[in-house]
Design a protein around this ligand. Structure first.
Ligand code: IPM
Ligand code: MG
Length: 356
């Protein structure tokens, strides 16, 4: 099969980790007889330098014409003092909105090989931690009406949280579909004891659950969920939640794994179109030094093969190759421990590609 991919390397370590992902994807292409075409595009800080804005129209248009998008990372010190609408991060929100990427999947997995990196005690980790955070990505308070105004006590600012039944139905549907292929448990996280938007959210999630009698549903308030994640992370399978709660809880869940350089993500829209990126940032301090861990980006490729192209065997092959390299003791600096073999970005990419 032929696949057209939009590739946004971005800033900092973005280009070097994306190169490794492409290396692995090309190997998959040769083995399974697929052809991947890459169209490299600008977004983030490099786009600000080249065009004056973080998300050029051409980038959005080219993404829309592609089958899927691969993104490295955006941002860096150099652009940190720009006003909000010109910052590299705007490119991410812009892409999500323009491409209709309403579902963000963020797996938090503790790898057996890297259990030492987890900051929690072994008795708390238990047998395994394998959580899929499903975050709503184009609604809620990040996209609601906001502004400043004169209040009775002077200037004030506001942001609004609003969710429609439709928005909740489609994200809940994704969460239940994913749970069906996992351990069949969905935890809905909201703040329904206080927020009206959460009460609607909970009602709709409960309604959607009726179509999935084999999937167990429980509800947690977000404050309790934050606590449970640290106390008993093994209890979770799929967590479904709003844009802001998902932003916060997915960072918390990723820290539990202790290896943020390992975690991929998928942002999905209608008809299986998706954007795939590591959850970590652009790490400008180590950019261009062959030190970055490319595994999160390589695992994002696996998610792309699975969720957009429905190529389960190919996705599994990438994940197995990553596990193999870890078992053999190869480590980039961020996941290095005693007795293991330290390798750079490029060699890590080679080793994984060789094991496809
Ligand atoms: C994330 C990031 C973004 C978000 C920022 C950079 C806009 O924190 O992807 O989680 O809040 O969604
Ligand atoms: Mg975040």
């Amino acid at each position: 099969m032929n696949f057209k991919l939009a590739v946004i390397p971005g800033d900092g370590i973005g280009p070097e980790i994306v190169d490794q992902a492409i290396k692995v994807l090309d190997k998959i292409g040769r083995k399974y007889d697929h052809k991947f075409e890459y169209n490299k595009l600008l977004a983030g800080g490099c786009a600000i330098d080249a065009t004056g804005g973080p998300l050029p129209k051409e980038t959005v248009e080219a993404c829309k014409k592609s089958d899927a998008v691969i993104l490295g990372a955006v941002g860096g010190l150099k652009w940190d003092t720009l006003p909000g609408h010109l910052r590299p991060e705007r490119a991410l929100l812009g892409l999500r909105g323009e491409l209709g990427l309403f579902a963000n999947l963020r797996p938090a997995v503790i790898y057996d090989e890297l259990k030492d990196a987890c900051p929690l005690k072994p008795e708390i980790i238990g047998d395994s931690v394998d959580i899929m955070v499903v975050r709503e990505l184009t609604g809620g308070i990040y996209f609601g009406e906001r502004g400043r105004r004169e209040g009775s006590m002077g200037q004030e600012a506001y942001d609004t949280e609003c969710y429609s039944v439709h928005e909740v139905e489609r994200i809940a549907g994704i969460a239940f579909e994913i749970a069906k292929k996992r351990k069949s448990r969905v935890t809905n996280v909201d703040k329904a004891n206080v927020l009206e938007s959460s009460r609607l959210w909970r009602e709709v999630v409960t309604n959607v659950s009726k179509d999935y009698p084999d999937v167990a549903l429980e509800h947690l308030y977000v404050d309790n969920a934050a606590m449970q994640l640290i106390m008993r992370p093994g209890q979770f399978d799929v967590i479904v939640t709003s844009n802001m709660f998902g932003d916060i809880l997915s960072d918390e869940a990723s820290m539990i794994t202790g290896s943020i350089g390992m975690l991929p993500s998928a942002s999905l829209g209608e008809k299986s179109f998706g954007l795939y990126e590591p959850i970590h940032g652009s790490a400008p301090d180590i950019a261009g030094q062959d030190k970055a861990n490319p595994i999160a980006t390589i695992l994002s490729i696996a998610m792309m093969l699975r969720y957009t192209f429905n190529l389960e065997a190919e996705a599994k092959n990438v994940e197995d190759a990553v596990n193999k390299v870890l078992k053999e003791g190869f480590r980039t600096g961020d996941i290095m421990s005693e007795g293991k073999t330290l390798v750079g970005t490029n060699l890590m990419g080679d080793l994984i590609a060789e094991r496809i």
